[in-house]
Every structure is written in structure tokens, then in C-alpha cells.
Design a binder for this molecule. Structure first.
Ligand SMILES: [Fe+2]
Ligand SMILES: [Fe+2]
Length: 245
């Protein structure tokens, strides 16, 4: 965990430059779907993480608790970046969204492990979504923001994978399979909701539904393997740390 604390501190201090001074010039066909989509992601990342921070503090591991604080701050930084983009598009920020409310409710129902599993559902999808946005626009500001978020999300997923791998390493084979099956069903249900809710922006970025579905599936497979397959131990974590120097 000490390494992860260092990772988040370094990541906080070394951000990609965003050329705000160039002025946002998003493609006309992308503008409206981008606004509706980004508004939802923005509100999803703007929470204070109170429940998660409390659970992390209850583990008694001060380093983990501090790292979770930095993780929440990094999500809030994503919300700030998206708010900056929305402001430049003359679009208001949402004050509530039903998908965000569902995730909050689910996360608050259980303990730390369950909360991390629920939290990882949109995190895994975000890795594919922000890549689609980055590749679907020529605007340097939007591309830089998306590139930073994609990099950060790699780290987020790897960080939670490492924690959950340790928590679940003593489970039997059948228990691992049962959890993975339930988690995959929840993940695929979330994919369907996101694909429907954000279908216009994905189309505007030239992403076919089948490609998004398979791309998200690959992220899930890597993530689940990192948690439940000893052979993949630390691979995602190492990659994220190395990418960050
Ligand atoms: Fe994020
Ligand atoms: Fe994240």
C-alpha cells in the first residue's frame, strides 16, 4: 500500500498539460451528445466518498485510508476537469441523476469489499468510455482531458484490484467462481445501461455498440483475472505504476 500512496501522490503532482488557452472547439455533431453524456459522468465523479473513506478508516490501515483519500480527490479532479469542459460548452452541471443515485445506494448498502466491487463497475467502463471520447474528437483540450482520465482510471482499477486480491486470496475455487459470475452479471447489466444512456455520444465518436461491448468485456476479464487468478498477481498494478514513472 505504501507504493500506492506514493503513486497517487506522484500522480497528483504530475498532471498532463491541458491547452485551455487554445479554446475548446468540439466538432458540431459531437457537441450536444457530449454535453448530455459528460453531465452524467461529471456528477458521478463529484461525490465526497464519505462512505468509502469511513470504510477505509475502519480497516485500521492508516496508509490505505490515506491512499483512499487521494483516490477520492483524483475522482473529484476528474469532475473538475469535466465541469471546465461543460462550462466552455455553456452547459449546466447536473444536480442529480438516476444512475448515480442507484450506484450510491448500492455502495452504501454493504461493507468495503462490496463497495469496491460496485465502484469498480463504472471504473472499468470509464476506461473504455474515455478512450472512445479521446479517439472520437480532434479537439486538443478534450483529448488531453480524456487522456489524463484514461491514465488515472488505469491506476484506479489496478489499485482496487490489488486490495481485493489480498482480501480474497484465501477463498476456495468455487467461491471465486461464484463471486466472478455474480460480478460479471452485474457488470454486463451496467454496460447495457451505459450503452443505452450514452448511445448518442458513442455513435458520434464512431464507436459501434458491439465494439464497446467487447472492449468493456476485455477490461472486465483483465480486472477479474487480477483479483482472482494468482498468475496475474500485480500485473495491472505494476503497469499503472510504471506508466507513471
Ligand atoms: Fe474518474
Ligand atoms: Fe476512477
Amino acid at each position: 500500500m505504501q507504493q500506492w500512496l506514493k503513486y497517487f501522490e506522484q500522480n497528483r503532482d504530475h498532471r498532463l498539460p491541458v491547452p485551455w488557452e487554445r479554446g475548446l472547439k468540439v466538432e458540431a455533431h459531437l457537441r450536444e451528445p457530449l454535453i448530455r453524456s459528460l453531465q452524467k459522468f461529471q456528477i458521478g465523479e463529484s461525490g465526497d466518498g464519505r462512505n468509502l473513506r469511513r470504510h477505509a478508516a475502519e480497516t485500521g490501515d492508516a496508509v490505505y485510508a490515506r491512499t483512499i483519500e487521494l483516490f477520492v480527490k483524483e475522482e473529484n479532479e476528474h469532475a473538475r476537469l469535466m465541469a471546465e469542459i461543460l462550462q466552455r460548452l455553456d452547459a449546466p452541471l447536473l444536480t442529480g441523476d438516476w444512475t448515480d443515485n442507484c450506484f450510491k445506494l448500492m455502495r452504501h448498502l454493504f461493507g468495503l469489499r462490496e463497495e469496491l466491487f460496485v465502484l469498480l463497475l463504472p471504473e472499468m467502463i470509464a476506461k473504455r468510455y474515455f478512450r472512445a471520447l479521446r479517439d472520437g474528437t480532434g479537439d486538443p483540450i478534450l483529448r488531453a482531458v480524456c487522456e489524463q482520465i484514461v491514465r488515472d482510471e488505469e491506476g484506479h482499477v489496478a489499485f482496487h484490484v490489488e486490495y481485493l486480491r489480498r482480501v480474497f486470496e484465501h477463498l476456495s475455487f468455487s467461491q471465486r467462481i461464484a463471486i466472478q459470475v455474480a460480478w460479471r452479471i452485474a457488470f454486463r447489466a451496467t454496460c447495457l445501461v451505459v450503452m443505452f444512456d450514452h448511445r448518442d455520444v458513442l455513435r458520434a465518436c464512431g464507436v459501434k455498440p458491439g465494439d464497446f461491448w467487447h472492449g468493456c468485456g476485455r477490461v472486465f476479464d483483465e480486472t477479474a483475472a487480477g483479483i482472482f487468478s494468482p498468475a496475474n498477481v500485480l500485473a495491472p498494478a505494476r503497469l499503472a505504476m510504471e506508466a507513471n514513472g
